[in-house]
Design a protein around this ligand. Structure first.
Ligand code: BMA
Length: 809
């Protein structure tokens, strides 16, 4: 088979829809494929940056426009007996495709690959390929008029079109409603026999690694039989393709005693080359890892826990939810995917959930996850909506799901498929049952169609119907005894200390909002002066009642911030403390609670959100808190009421842990700390707890530390109630390789010391932060930066050097 890419030379033109007077679009502009209209107009300097200021609203006209992508290309016409196919890996979304004035077809699913037979249409001279896109929003609204309303969250009826839901706007993302050729285009020429598609099942049976490849083969009736060979780790299995037409050929390789793939923290990630050849020419390859994935839903005396098992071992899941890393996903390079997943790895995650309102991610994402040992929980693309089960939608969803499952099948990292994000709980709890009046709403996909597709095409990967879910479809999907749970009453209604009230079996979403880094904020928000009520800041805050919820959190823990910069620090710090508290709490319940996935790792634009890393890649304080809370050995202090505190020791390592915990008691405004030692015996990959008496003094605090676990602190009162001493420390800054080292020696109790330099030294990264220092203790912070501070002393004072003490009056 000969493949010719058709990604360059495209032109874009505007077809229909009102364009504001000040924007003059020439007859055609260069188009980047893969790409979208927004990025093309941006590259041509025709529109302002959609992510800047209040440009979102200014570009709303784009949602309603129709566009044309056009490519003239030369290619030899089809020779006798030659097949030529035009393949679109992804079209976003409502498209009509024409080649040399003949319509090839119409598409309406962003997530599907489309193939067109074009051999009979190719000309010997120039060929003209046209892809016309119609406004997905107009089509969604039109379908709503025809088929009736299906409930959804946010502003636009996204469930009517198979397109990334969040492109219609989300509670952390702007409305863009992109259009364009978002994945590569190519011509495939073949004669005789070809491999049309491949899927893979990889498993571990005892000490034997099994790689079962299913090749979808297409063969001309008169072609001679062809030979297929699948080589795995040096061993080859072969078969003949001798059936005319389309058939499936199974090649099963067995590797005795392979090195086994494990999620990080449980072992290594050996990957073996595997190559499929047709008549000795390689046609497909993949690095594979031998592992067995299981979802264990064995009921216990409390309910039905959700437990992930890899190679027979329970994996205590700690990780993050993932959203598309850019509102224009074609800007996410392979490197950028890797950097974003390094953020997960370095925060001690072992799992990433690809959330159902985004996209099935690119191979680059899963390649990195395979290598890094990050388990992937993969949602199908259904989120926070009811979806019609009638033919007009179902007939598009089935091939979409089949393609997605086949493409990702056999990935070492793929831990489970999940039918939807929140659609079952939405039907039960968000008043949708009444609104739907008996119409089917998607359960047929989640409970029947999708599991059957996974069982058929990717039988070595488990499936769950929704997140959250309960195995019994009649039970409350978001209950706390079965399956997984999304914990959102904290943040939406309650302070983060209420995480301690909950004991789910698997917390697959919980989060707390906070602003993007100051440098990211000031690059996108230009209110003069910057203030919480600012018009542009409001554009970059999409959460329902977001500012009020931030306010509630501040009121519970901090004094009134002195100015915007203090507000920014206080809300970031509060977010960090919320994650620290929540993650430690859920992990301290292991294995009763077998997983914790915070909402969310990343952002798609500069925004106040639950993300721990912002859209510029800056790690927020919450990222450091997550890293601390996800250490393999970790201490957790939380109040249990009645003047008591629970001290839990959490051990994710396979060896038992005798935790010699030094427990200190002091007061915020005092200088002395009284120490005692307690031994806590913790089993392998387990947690154990003891109870401590809380100091009676409202100014008091408890501290717990062990040789192999970072310090945990619990303060009897909030910073608002009890205050903190004014910041007082000896501070030195020194030039070191790659940046600066800031040494801080506390003269008083310093809480949550941080060096945050992104605004003063763009791109600066600090190795650690949020350190609590007792009087006399010293901490060093290393700031890595390519830049040079005109005056390094800026690193020794507010706003770069800061602490909770800077917020307490
Ligand atoms: C859950 C997620 C997202 C949302 C988040 C924060 O509902 O599944 O839909 O962004 O909470 O509200």
């Amino acid at each position: 088979m000969i493949t010719t890419t058709l990604n360059s030379g495209w032109r874009l033109s505007h077809l229909a829809g009102a364009v504001p007077e000040e924007i003059r679009i020439p007859e055609t502009v260069p188009a980047t494929v893969p790409g979208c209209v927004h990025t093309d107009l941006l590259d041509s300097g025709l529109i302002p940056d959609p992510l800047n200021g209040d440009n979102e609203e200014r570009l709303a006209w784009m949602w309603r426009c129709d566009w044309r992508y056009e490519l003239c290309f030369n290619t030899p016409p089809a020779a006798t007996g030659e097949h030529v196919e035009l393949v679109f890996e992804g079209l976003d979304t409502i498209a009509t495709i024409t080649l040399n004035d003949t319509e090839l077809g119409r598409t309406d699913n962003q997530f599907r690959r489309y193939r067109f037979d074009v051999g009979h249409l190719l000309l010997s001279g120039e060929n003209r390929l046209v892809v016309d896109f119609t406004s997905a929003l107009s089509v969604a609204e039109e379908r709503e008029r025809i088929y009736g309303e299906y409930p959804f969250v946010n502003a636009h009826p996204f469930p009517m079109v198979r397109k990334s839901a969040c492109s219609f706007g989300w509670d952390w993302g702007p409305v863009t409603i992109t259009a364009g050729i978002w994945r590569p285009v190519r011509l495939e020429r073949w004669r005789g026999t070809r491999v049309r598609d491949v899927r893979l099942g990889v498993d571990l049976e005892g000490n034997t690694g099994v790689a079962r490849l299913v090749a979808e083969v297409e063969r001309d009736p008169e072609a001679p039989p062809a030979s297929l060979a699948y080589n795995v780790a040096g061993a080859t299995v072969a078969a003949m393709a001798d059936t005319p037409g389309i058939s499936e050929v199974v090649l099963q390789a067995r590797v005795i005693d392979p090195d086994v793939w494990w999620p990080r923290g449980y072992g290594d990630q050996p990957l073996y080359d595997s190559v499929l050849s047709l008549d000795e020419a390689p046609v497909w390859s993949r690095r594979i890892g031998f592992r067995r994935m299981e979802v264990d839903l064995t009921p216990d005396e409390i309910g039905t826990p959700l437990r992930l098992k890899v190679n027979g071992e329970l994996v205590l899941v700690k990780g993050v939810n993932w959203i598309p890393d850019d509102v224009f996903p074609t800007r996410i390079t392979r490197d950028r995917y890797r950097r974003a997943l390094v953020d997960a790895v370095e925060a001690n995650c072992n799992t990433v959930r690809v959330w159902g309102g985004g996209i099935y991610e690119s191979e680059d994402f899963y390649d990195a996850a395979d290598e890094f040992g990050l388990l992937v929980w993969q949602d199908f693309m259904f989120a926070c909506a009811a979806y019609s089960e009638d033919a007009w939608l179902k007939d598009s969803i089935i091939p979409e799901a089949r393609q997605a499952v086949a493409r990702l099948s056999g990935r070492a990292c793929l831990a489970l498929w999940c039918g939807s994000n929140e659609n079952e709980t939405a039907f039960q709890d968000w008043g949708w049952r009444e609104r739907l009046q008996g119409r089917a709403w998607g359960r047929g996909y989640y409970r029947e169609i999708l599991p059957a597709i996974v069982a058929e095409l990717d039988p070595t990967t488990p499936y769950i119907p929704s997140s959250p879910f309960s195995p019994d479809p009649e039970a409350e999907a978001n209950n706390r005894t079965d399956g997984d749970t999304h914990v959102w009453d904290v943040w939406n209604e309650l302070d983060y200390l209420h995480y301690a009230d909950q004991a789910p079996r698997f917390a697959s979403e919980f989060g707390y909002g906070g602003p993007m880094a100051y440098s990211t904020l000031t690059a996108a928000v230009h209110d003069e002066p910057l203030r919480v009520g600012g018009a542009q800041l409001a554009v970059h805050q999409k959460a329902e009642e977001g500012f009020a919820k931030l306010r509630r959190g501040l009121d519970a823990h901090f004094s009134e911030p002195a100015d915007f910069r203090h507000w920014h620090w206080a809300t970031q710090l509060n977010q960090a403390r919320a994650f620290d508290f929540g993650v430690r709490h859920f992990r301290s319940l292991q294995p009763h609670c077998a997983g914790s996935l915070i909402w969310q790792l990343n952002d798609c634009w500069p925004v106040i959100s639950w993300a721990v890393v912002d859209s510029a890649g800056v790690r927020k304080p919450a990222w450091y808190a997550l890293r601390h809370a996800q250490q393999d050995r970790m201490l957790c202090l939380e109040p249990t009421g009645g003047g008591r505190v629970r001290l839990a020791a959490v051990n994710d390592l396979p060896q038992p842990w005798t935790a010699r915990v030094r427990i200190g008691r002091g007061t915020r405004h005092g200088l002395e700390v009284a120490w005692e030692e307690r031994r806590i015996e913790v089993g392998p990959r387990a947690a154990a707890a003891v109870e401590l008496i809380l100091p009676e003094d409202p100014d008091g605090f408890l501290i717990a530390e062990a040789d192999d676990a970072r310090r945990a602190v619990w303060f009897v009162s909030t910073d608002r109630e009890a205050g903190l001493p004014g910041f007082d420390a000896d501070v030195n800054v020194a030039r070191v390789a790659g940046g600066y080292r800031v040494d801080v020696t506390a003269r008083v109790l310093l809480r949550d010391v941080a060096v945050i330099a992104d605004a003063e030294l763009p791109g600066a990264v600090v190795d650690d932060m949020l350190t609590t220092l007792l009087p006399g203790e010293k901490a060093s912070f290393t700031v890595l930066t390519d830049g040079e501070a005109t005056d390094p002393q800026i690193l020794t004072t507010w706003p770069v050097l800061r602490s909770a003490n800077h917020l307490a009056s």
